[in-house]
Design a protein. Sequence first.
Lengths: 660, 177
Amino acid sequence: MIPEIGHFALVVALFMALVQTVMPVVGAYRGIPELMAMGRPAARAQFLFVAVSFAMLTLAFIENDFTVAYVVQNSNSALPIEYRISAVWGAHEGSLLLWVLMLAAWGLAITIFSQSLPEHFLARVMGVMGFISVGFILFILMTSNPFDRLIPGATDGRDLNPLLQDPGLIIHPPMLYMGYVGFSVAFSFAVAALLGGRLDATWARWSRPWTTVAWLFLTIGIVLGSWWAYYELGWGGWWFWDPVENASLMPWLAGTALIHSLAVTEKRGAFKSWTVLLAILAFSLSLLGTFLVRSGVLVSVHAFASDPERGVFILAFLVVVIGASLGLYAWRAPNVYGGGRFRLFSREMLLLANNVLLMAALAAVLMGTMAPIVLDALGLGKISVGPPYFDAVFVPVMLPLVILMGIGPLVSWRSGDMRPVFKKLRVVFIAGLVVGAVLPLVTMGRTTLMVAAASMIAVWAIFSSVQYLRDRLIRRPGNRGLSAGVYGMVIAHAGVGVFVIGATLSSAFSVERDVHVRVGDTVRINDFAFHLEEVKPVRGPNYHSDMARVTVTRDGEQVAVLTPEKRTYFVQTMPMTEASIDATLFRDLYVALAEQRGEDGWALRVYHKPFQAWIWSGPLLMALGGILAASDRRYRTSAKRIVQTRRRSAVGPVVREAKV
Amino acid sequence: MKPRQKRMMLAGMALAGVVVAAVLAINALQGNMAYFFSPSQVVAGAVESGETFRLGGMVRRGTLEKSSASLESRFIVTDNAQQVVVSYSGILPDLFKEGQGTVARGKLGKDGVFYAEEVLAKHDESYMPPEVADAMQPMPYNGTRPQVSAQSVTAEKRNIKVPRSEPVVSLPQVDIE
């Protein structure tokens, strides 16, 4: 009964989404308040029914209902409860249902937090969100129903893919999807503004917090995925330029550009049509990512068995969404007035450079990701594009961006004066050069030209952010505190610097050794001695494993005891490497047990990775910055002000141009 | 600056960015593309020695040999028509198995052995890289072709394992020292 309730609730949700799509938009077009007002309750009802549907699927997993095909494929009675729950999004059908749940949740959030939006605008936003929901619920119902019964039922399930039985994978997909789907809000706002023909600073102000929240979820999602690949795949890499990773990086790059472009549109009224285009682009890339991952066209290390027929549906939906929104853009955008003027040296210009560089990086990643697919489709051969390509195109574009990032915040809008800016940054610049050059020498004892350059740029990014904060604190009017947005930006920018330091030093100075050892042998890396004490069998709930004990000593003193495992799961009988990592701020010691070779011989991966923790800390700082920026009071006060103005005069929202 | 000049400059900057990115990217792309070849293509001489490429097919059963004193391993990759001996020094991925699809990146030696620098991993037992699936030749007919019943087809579609008779392939033996 439970799967049927879930299935039925999803069908009801589809109708709610249809109502949400049609009624408010028709209402806004015809000026019928009753129809416009239907968007909000429809969106709430849609969320309720999708949530019921999702809860039913989860219940089927918890209760081990092996008459449901999807449960049979992805769960097992011996699977621990937390993995039975996360198994809900362990494969295609369930992860799409999660996608739809997230989408409905974003819709619900709009109905709660955007009380201040004008009715016409809200109606259109609801309509666009509803349309996206319709597409994805139809997709689930038509091609990937997770509630399909298996008749006769199975006695037990095939178990969750052992790679996914990991705490990181419980939260990675929901975070990533929150980000992906979150860009639908910015997209809906943009399309609603185009439909209404009004693109102004208020529109940008409404979009900003939503975009930032979506972006920060995506950031966290990508970091979790990278972290998972690092310790769970057992090869110690953290980014492989794999198509599936690129599929999440591309919307992130577009989203980052969008955040900055929105700032210009809100503060200065410039870049309006470009900002709208970016909002469309960010969500289109999210859809493209979903298509790439779910269609099976990709050759990827992250690819799971998938069904190409489903790809056709997403591709068609992709064409409709992108085609329609770009068509609307072409029709409406020329009417949008250009906005404020600015000089060559101004914050606008630096933010423009930010956007140009991010777009260049995005284009390069897109090209490398799509080239194999396009060439194959044209019959020009099957190729793959290796990580050296991405390193070669991505890094040279991103490093100038980080340099400019240090200058941008200190430059005034419209027309900046170079001299005071450079005066403020002179000391920081020199300090950045010195500290950046010395950092690898002090911590690693050696350096190269490239490492020194990247390290200088990274330190500069951190120092200049701090300098900007100091400058703002000195110059603040009266004794008022700075807004959360300022702190958010400073922390996020410093996070970029932290990340660049981690990525540079870890890539340049990691020592990775794959060795053949016998029990009792010692492997030496830098100052560390890894001693393989023993390998003994251990039994887990749904697997048995060989667990090694490796003691690590430095100058005769014990530093860590690592216990890497080689697991074999009972049901899927696939071996799994569980790496063991001792992480400190400045280095990770990483040991993975690969396989038995010979009597008491073992293949072992032994890594020393300096500054690895910085690679995760940097993006987490960026996300923290995002949280602060999105929580800035002015988004709330401005909302209140709009409500008040609207109550006083029926003219519509009037928002004072903010001068910050 | 006048609005028109500004627009021109914006367009110019954007264009310059696109051109620089395109030149950089195309350059790098050409240097880092690796073509995919099946064993049949390799045996037919489609690849020059010294060129890095990817070889894909099935790991032939009973051909995987691992050294017990080092990380050396050797195995045969076949597309059911031709086969290539692969030598790899390193740790094989968890899901690397005889009788399953694999993709390896490396170079063909003068001795006709493919020296792999990397053997690609996959995440899922039932995942077959699309290019490997394309490369596989139809099984040569030898009278014992496994009959696939309708029931097992649906089961396969659902990714449920059903016992199946091993495909029998008769191929010339290759000596691995």
